[in-house]
Write a protein that binds this ligand. Structure first.
Ligand SMILES: [Zn+2]
Length: 80
């Protein structure tokens, strides 16, 4: 299961969003599944385009038109 917010939030006022602050420029991703490692927090910056190849690796299908890179902390020890 992938859970991602559609936009960030201000770093100082969580009730709003939409400017150029650090919080507004970043979103969060939560990945849960049998191939993800328990309790891992990965601070490595990723992009939304990385989600498709990550899903492909987890579900074992090719994503030839995806331009992102699979998020290895979400795929555990699975190989390409
Ligand atoms: Zn902001």
């Amino acid at each position: 299961m992938f859970v991602v917010n559609d936009h960030g939030r201000h770093t100082r006022d969580f009730t709003d969003h939409g400017d150029r602050c650090e919080g507004c420029q970043h979103i969060m991703l939560l990945v849960i599944g049998p191939d993800t490692r328990k309790g891992v927090t990965d601070p490595t910056p990723c992009r939304q385009i990385d989600i498709a190849p990550t899903v492909g690796r987890l579900l074992r299908f090719e994503t030839p038109y995806a331009v992102g890179t699979a998020i290895t902390s979400a795929t555990g020890n699975l190989k390409e």
